[in-house]
Design a protein around this ligand. Structure first.
Ligand SMILES: Nc1ncnc2c1ncn2[C@@H]1O[C@H](COP(=O)(O)OP(=O)(O)OP(=O)(O)O)[C@@H](O)[C@H]1O
Ligand SMILES: [Mg+2]
Length: 275
């Protein structure tokens, strides 16, 4: 797999002379990869995420997106179209009074012709599963549907990567799972890379790779099974351990040889049953 985003020794502070918010971060994100960025409040996740689509540029080091240096102001729009971002509150991203207009707006300002706009809007709404809501006002949609709309708005620009920065944190547990499932589905169907920023370990279980941040640094990196092996490290970072992981830990203590790859209750049940 080739590299889509290449972060090289990036350092960043919000105010000159103050402590670094990002301290010598080096990280490559591959095309089509599903990466979860984990860490508790204030560890620098959002700051790093904002470096991936040139909302912020590093004070030292550099970030290349599809080969473009994010400091290159002339090509900044290309970087932003390549890496779309959705945030905690979808309402900050919704501007139109009708769902389909909201998706078409960013295409129209880029000078796209109507047939192409219509085709992309229909495609994006279908991809996120809200085609049936195309003519509704966004404020009539549920929280989960509004987050789907925000994703459609980003998707219509045909990005190579979507960053979801705590995009599920305002949702109920069911909608939260649905949005995470949707991101996985978009990655699978369209080979779009996903960077999911979260402090919820359960959202990291299906990722290709998990990167753990603490105080502006990357302190761990690996597959979910590798990261979840060290529950004490995760507890020390004040991350809530999901029930299945605690359960598997207890079973191992009782002598059951549960594989570190078993991260869901179903997988653990299969291990115990020996199937
Ligand atoms: N706009 C800003 N101006 C000044 N300092 C900021 C700004 N945004 C974030 N910070 C500080 O930078 C540090 C990292 O913040 P950041 O938002 O990147 O962390 P985070 O891991 O995303 O946290 P959270 O889980 O709360 O979203 C924190 O100490 C925060 O207070
Ligand atoms: Mg954040």
């Amino acid at each position: 797999m080739t590299t889509l985003i290449d972060i090289q020794h990036a350092c960043y502070s919000y105010r000159q002379g103050e402590a670094l918010t990002l301290e010598d971060i080096s990280l490559c994100i591959a095309r089509g990869e599903y990466l979860v960025l984990l860490g508790h409040n204030g560890s620098g996740k959002s700051t790093l995420a904002r470096h991936c689509n040139a909302l912020l540029v590093p004070d030292a080091g550099r970030v290349l997106v599809d080969g473009i240096d994010t400091r290159d102001e002339v090509k900044r729009q290309r970087v932003r179209d390549c890496v779309g971002m959705i945030f905690q509150n979808p309402d900050n991203q919704i501007i139109a009074t009708i769902v389909e207009d909201d998706v078409s707006w960013s295409l129209a300002v880029r000078g796209m012709r109507l047939p192409e706009i219509q085709e992309r809007v229909a495609w994006a709404l279908n991809a996120v599963g809200i085609s049936h809501l195309a003519n509704r006002p966004p404020q009539k949609l549920s929280g989960g549907q509004r987050q789907r709309l925000a994703i459609a708005g980003v998707l219509a620009l045909r990005p190579q990567c979507i960053i979801a920065d705590e995009a599920t944190s305002m949702l109920d547990p069911l909608s939260r799972r649905e949005i995470t499932n949707l991101l996985h589905q978009l990655r699978q169907t369209y080979q779009i890379a996903v960077i999911q920023v979260t402090h919820l370990l359960e959202e990291a279980i299906l990722a290709d790779r998990v990167v753990v941040m603490e105080r502006g640094r990357i302190i761990q990196e690996g597959t979910p099974a590798m990261i979840f092996r060290d529950l004490d490290m995760l507890r020390a970072l004040k991350l809530a351990i999901p029930e299945p992981l605690e359960f598997a830990h207890r079973l191992r203590g009782l002598g059951y040889p549960i594989s570190p790859e078993a991260l869901t209750l179903e997988a653990i049940a299969r291990e115990v049953a020996g199937v």
